[in-house]
Design a protein around this ligand. Structure first.
Ligand SMILES: Cc1cc2nc3c(=O)[nH]c(=O)nc-3n(C[C@H](O)[C@H](O)[C@H](O)COP(=O)(O)OP(=O)(O)OC[C@H]3O[C@@H](n4cnc5c(N)ncnc54)[C@H](O)[C@@H]3O)c2cc1C
Length: 388
């Protein structure tokens, strides 16, 4: 069976569904091919099941890309407010959790149901369980699946990144980009827990579950949020954020007691300079188990002012060199992807191959934690959908 349509979208995730809605609304005959048995699986597991669907304070500075300017145009033309209008029109209850992050009150299923309803209203058809066997281009694109063939003058690749392969992530988008001669920025796991080297693991990892507010920085990026010690290393929002910027063999820098002067108490000449005073003081700023461990491992070499200053400096400049990350199996996003130099920032269309578009996570634009990745999916999906 042959389907002839105006635009074919590969991948019924966040970006693909938004693209289908926008193109369908403009009267285009659109089909979406999805490999899984249902659309939007990642939407359903996102935000701990509540989908952090956007961030009110979204700007280009919240994204990582080889070209930091690339995302500006799409983000400006489809804003968090535009998505909120849609959410409110569907009467989906939501709340701001923190730092502009908007979550569903009930469940992520509300967002997926909304997108599916919008697709139906726009006349976009979703084909599930489609295993794509071949993509070719003659005068138009031809996509061959097991049971049908789809012909369209425009092909949109919205197949996402490599993270969480167990729910169906594939390298399809990158492979297709290579097939058509487009450059790829080598993908790497982002928003992922870091693994400490064996020495640091034996020093800290029995404290798994302990968390503290820290400032984590690496490669010019800096985040003040919670850090969590895990059985193999470090996680929590501060570490997930910094992981996207981390490169192998670089240290990360962690200020364990931001804005605090832990040894200030010793400036008072009446305070006895003893370990028990320092321990009590440190416990005011750090969780008790972490405070005790830190002191056991980094006790001041003496009670002189320079030794105390050195102790203070170390608390604010813990610089472990992680052995690696927990990898794509645990990463919330895949950084890198289709080189933005290959695409129009306005429409997401390939400069080399007219009619071929890439949107969402498969593109070398990666959001920070906090609803930015979905906002990129909506914005890039809308940019392409309006150009089809
Ligand atoms: C656990 C987890 C929680 C997250 N929480 C949040 C959050 O709260 N807020 C936020 O902003 N971001 C979150 N993210 C990131 C966000 O989910 C992604 O950035 C976003 O879904 C990317 O959208 P996309 O449409 O590009 O890709 P995806 O949503 O991954 O969609 C790609 C689709 O393409 C399909 N596909 C793949 N290969 C093929 C193929 N060969 N043929 C046909 N179809 C194919 C897939 O099955 C999938 O349906 C989370 C990610 C994870 C893993």
């Amino acid at each position: 069976m042959i389907h002839r349509i105006d635009a074919l979208i590969l991948g019924a995730g966040a970006a693909g569904l938004m693209c289908a809605i926008e193109a369908g609304k403009r009267g285009r005959r659109v089909a979406v091919l999805e490999r899984a048995q249902r659309p939007g699986k990642k939407i359903l597991i996102s935000g701990g099941g509540r989908c952090n669907f956007t961030n009110l304070h979204c700007g280009p500075e919240n994204f990582l890309s080889s070209n930091p300017h690339f995302a500006k145009s799409a983000l400006a033309r489809y804003t968090p407010a535009d998505f909120v209008v849609l959410v409110e029109r569907h009467r989906i209850p939501y709340h701001e959790k923190t730092l502009g992050q908007l979550f569903c009150d009930r469940s992520a299923g509300d967002i997926l149901s909304m997108l599916e309803a919008e697709c139906r209203a726009a006349g976009a058809e979703i084909f599930l369980n489609e295993k794509i066997q071949e993509v070719t281009r003659t005068t138009e694109f031809v996509v061959r699946c097991a049971s049908a063939e789809f012909h369209a003058p425009a092909l949109v690749v919205a197949t996402g990144g490599l993270s969480i392969p167990k729910i169906g992530a594939t390298s399809f988008g990158y492979d297709l980009a290579r097939q058509f001669g487009l450059k790829i920025v080598e993908p790497w796991p982002g928003l992922v827990p870091l693994v400490l080297d064996s020495a640091d693991r034996s020093r800290y990892c029995d404290l798994a579950g302990v968390s503290a507010e820290v400032i984590a920085s690496c490669n010019g990026a800096q985040f003040r949020e919670k850090m969590l010690i895990t059985h193999r290393g470090l996680s929590g929002p501060a570490i997930l954020q910094i992981s996207s910027y981390w490169k192998k063999s670089l240290p990360i820098h962690v200020d364990l007691a931001p804005d605090q002067d832990v040894s200030a108490i010793f400036r008072d000449p009446k305070t006895p300079r003893t370990e028990s005073v320092l321990r009590a003081e440190l416990r005011r700023f750090l969780p008790a188990r972490l405070a005790d461990r830190w002191l056991d491992l980094h006790a001041p070499l003496s009670w002189t002012n320079p030794a105390l200053a050195d102790f203070e400096r170390q608390i604010h400049e813990w610089s472990p060199v992680p052995a690696g990350t927990e990898g794509l199996e645990k990463a919330e996003v895949t950084a890198g992807g289709v080189d933005t130099g290959e695409l129009s920032a306005k429409t997401m269309e390939s400069r080399k191959v007219p009619g071929l578009y890439f949107i969402g996570e498969v593109v070398d634009v990666t959001g920070q934690l906090g609803g930015f990745n979905f906002q990129w999916a909506w914005a890039s999906g809308a940019a392409a959908g309006r150009a089809l």
